[in-house]
Design a protein around this ligand. Structure first.
Ligand code: ADP
Ligand code: MG
Length: 711
């Protein structure tokens, strides 16, 4: 039975290391037959051969075919790493995928997590010197380039989920291509081809034109690695068929297709458009649950984001209590990026007897995670998209998915047997969807990108070899923004502050705020608030208890707005020791608060490593805190207009204070905000009052003259 979690049990027991090793090995043996049944297994030798022959290989395969968990192991088993010298990195767009896949692969390899197989994600490093297979987020690998410009510690980098074309994947594509070229030159200069190693005992002679890329004898490889200039192998993995672009980008790299195994999925559409997809999702789940036997498989629901998931979770919780006793129980498991890891693991565990699992997910479950047991998919047809407009700034929008996403989602129902997909939109709506999503780099704020490129030594950001170049206008805007943040100087060169900011795994605006907090002496408060801002919903507002919830929130209200309100909330939460009852009474999202504490601890640790005194506190002078935020968010300001509305300073857009904000209905001369969210209109998320004079002084580069004229 594959359900016994021997690995986990052993890690918890205090038996000696030897027992643990044996247990790990036993578990790995147990999993071996499962591994060998995956579609990718039949392509094993072809994969190894191609990777040996070519610097870059593109691999395409259906979700669940075994790309992520198996291919890194094949390379590990075939000697593509040198113990203690080089390792294999596998990048994932999402933290959850990196950690959960690493856990699974460690089990399959038969080692404890963090030893031979590990992961490293922002703020959380579970790896060691011994780690030869490292799962990480693409953002993390990007930051490694800052300290290791040639990524010498890796012999292979696997870019997973490349079809998602996230911002960071696209930057990595460009940077890895450069690094690969530079390492080829260096490897050639040092006399070693440095390609793939031999399969045990086999001695192939160099094969014509491919000699440069592999099939060298072990000695030459060893020398090149010793000199630290071994060749870099790049593997691009994708779940969708349009892989030619990747191949072209890497000079005609071979594309390997792994045949999938897919059962038919019957798709249903709604007859009429649904006004409220949350309610529709809730009702669909109940209908599937009551009309099909629970032995016909679990239910996976795709929603836009954490807030959606929490709403549907509540709705289902209420209805589940009223199910007829003959109907099996529903076990609701949410999964989204900000969910604490312990709870994420639950989605992979089989449901207890007489219980059916309902997994509420963001597009995280579309291709990056394979959840066993799913036969019913409910697709709300939406996802959250980062958008950017220089006049509006960064925004997070709930938008229709692409056809290709809709097909991926439906596919999740047919992995183990024929399945069903219930689309909460009409067939006509489906026909209107875009074929593919636009790569993120073409529609988001590029400040972080530009800073990353600058800090990695790319002097002309506008000329960087992107696979899909972003609009020049957006790149120029990003450079200006960095200049205003003082990360770049008048000549466009990176400043000391810019280099410091690049070290931070945060949007440059936040790192600037933390920087400012040092001189202002309020680093503690600033880190608290930055952590609080990392969670979408700190409060929960049930539709039928809106007034009660609002009333309860008044206890934390600060006159100055949401930043300080959140700080009050955190203080009260800590004073109450995170008590469950207390959270319930105050409509505080306990899960969200736990995530806040997580981020806070990690930020504190990081700051301490960068020699920032995190204990500095400003006591009651909270204006200092707000002014620090303006040092990073001077571009997110709006001024009160005679008609009572707010107009953004940088784009003359009308900005509305969110009904949930502590500033709602108040009129202050100026506000600044964390983010704009577009629902039916532009809402400022996390807004606080600002003295217009502070705004004038917030960016000497932007508002220089005003500031020097001010007292
Ligand atoms: P791909 O990357 O091609 O989508 P994966 O390598 O992620 O495929 O998954 C291969 C198989 O491994 C899946 O069929 C799934 O059943 C299994 N698997 C992956 N992760 C886990 C996990 N955390 N727990 C149990 N099974 C898993
Ligand atoms: Mg995968």
């Amino acid at each position: 039975g594959g359900d016994g979690r021997v690995g986990t049990g052993a890690a918890r027991s205090d038996a000696g290391a030897k027992k643990r090793t044996v247990d790990h090995r036993a578990r790995a043996c147990e999993l071996r037959p499962q591994r060998e049944q995956l579609p990718v297994f039949s392509a094993r030798s072809a994969i190894i051969r191609e990777v040996r022959r070519h610097p870059t290989v593109v691999i395409v395969g259906e979700t669940g075919s075994g790309k992520t968990t198996q291919i890194p192991q094949y390379l590990l088993e075939s000697g593509f790493t040198r113990h203690g010298e080089t390792a294999i990195a596998v990048t994932q767009p999402r933290r959850v995928a990196a950690t959960s896949v690493a856990k699974r692969v460690a089990e399959e390899v038969g080692t404890s997590l963090g030893a031979r197989v590990g992961y490293t994600i922002r703020f959380d490093d579970c790896s060691s010197d011994k780690t030869q297979l490292r799962f990480c987020t693409d953002g993390l690998l990007l930051r490694e380039i800052l300290s290791d410009p040639l990524l010498r510690r890796y012999s292979v980098v696997i870019l997973d989920e490349a079809h998602e074309r996230t911002l960071r994947t696209d930057i990595l594509l460009g940077m890895l291509r450069d690094i690969q070229r530079r390492r080829q030159v260096l490897a050639a200069a040092s006399g070693g081809g440095g390609g793939g190693p031999e399969e045990h005992g086999s001695q192939q002679p160099g094969a014509g034109a491919h000699t440069r890329f592999g099939d060298e004898d072990g000695g030459a490889q060893g020398d090149a690695v010793a000199a630290g200039v071994g060749e870099l192998k790049i593997i691009v993995m994708s779940a969708t068929l349009d892989a030619d672009r990747f191949s072209e980008y890497f000079g005609g790299a071979p594309v390997l297709y792994v045949a999938g195994r897919q059962f038919p999925v019957t798709t249903y559409y709604t007859v009429t458009p649904q006004a409220d997809y949350l309610d529709a999702a809730h009702l669909s789940v109940l209908q599937i649950h009551t009309e099909t036997p629970s032995t016909s498989g679990d239910i996976l629901v795709f929603l836009a984001g954490q807030e959606d998931i929490e709403s549907v979770e509540r709705l289902l919780g209420e209805s589940a209590a009223h199910l007829p006793s003959a109907v099996p129980q529903l076990l609701v498991c949410p999964i989204f990026a900000a969910l604490p890891q312990a709870q994420q693991a639950r989605v992979f565990e089989p449901a207890p007897e007489f219980t059916r699992k309902v997994i509420l997910a963001t597009n995280i479950a579309e291709t990056s995670l394979t959840i066993p047991g799913i036969r019913h998919v409910v697709d709300a047809g939406v996802h959250k998209l980062r958008g950017f407009d220089p006049r509006v700034g960064e925004s997070l929008l709930v938008e229709p998915i692409s056809k290709s996403s809709a097909r991926q989602r439906a596919g999740r129902a047919g992995r183990e047997a024929p399945g069903f997909c219930y689309r909460l939109y009409t067939e006509a709506d489906y026909a209107q969807l875009d074929e593919d999503a636009v790569p993120e780099i073409k529609r988001c704020q590029l400040t972080m990108v530009a800073l990353q490129l600058k800090a990695s030594g790319v002097s002309n950001v506008l000329q960087f070899g992107f696979m899909d170049p972003p609009p020049k206008r957006a790149l120029k805007h990003a450079l200006l923004e960095l200049y205003a943040l003082e990360a770049l100087d008048d000549k466009g060169e990176l400043t000391g502050l810019g280099r410091w900011m690049a070290e931070f795994p945060l949007d440059p605006s936040y790192s600037k705020v933390i920087y400012a907090s040092q001189a202002a002496g309020c680093t503690r408060e600033v880190i608290d608030i930055v952590s609080l801002l990392s969670v979408d919903s700190l409060f929960y507002v049930p539709a039928d208890k809106r007034d009660e919830s609002n009333q309860a929130q008044l206890a934390f209200r600060s006159r100055d707005g949401d930043h300080l309100t959140y700080l009050n909330l955190l203080r009260a939460y800590l004073a109450a020791d995170g008590d469950k009852e207390w959270c319930h009474e105050h409509f505080v999202n306990r899960r969200g608060m736990r995530h806040v504490l997580d981020v806070r601890q990690q930020l504190n640790r990081l700051c301490s490593r960068l020699s920032i005194d995190v204990s500095k506190t400003c006591g009651t002078d909270l204006d200092a805190v707000l002014r620090c935020f303006l040092a990073g968010f001077f571009h997110n300001c709006a001024l009160l207009q005679p008609d009572g509305s707010y107009r953004s300073l940088n784009g003359s857009q009308t900005v509305h204070v969110h009904p949930g904000s502590s500033l709602f209905g108040k009129k202050v001369p100026a506000i600044f905000y964390d983010q704009l969210v577009f629902t039916n209109r532009l809402h400022a998320r996390a807004a606080s009052a600002a003295d217009p004079l502070w705004i004038a002084q917030s960016s000497p580069k932007l508002y220089g003259r005003l500031a020097s004229a001010a007292p």
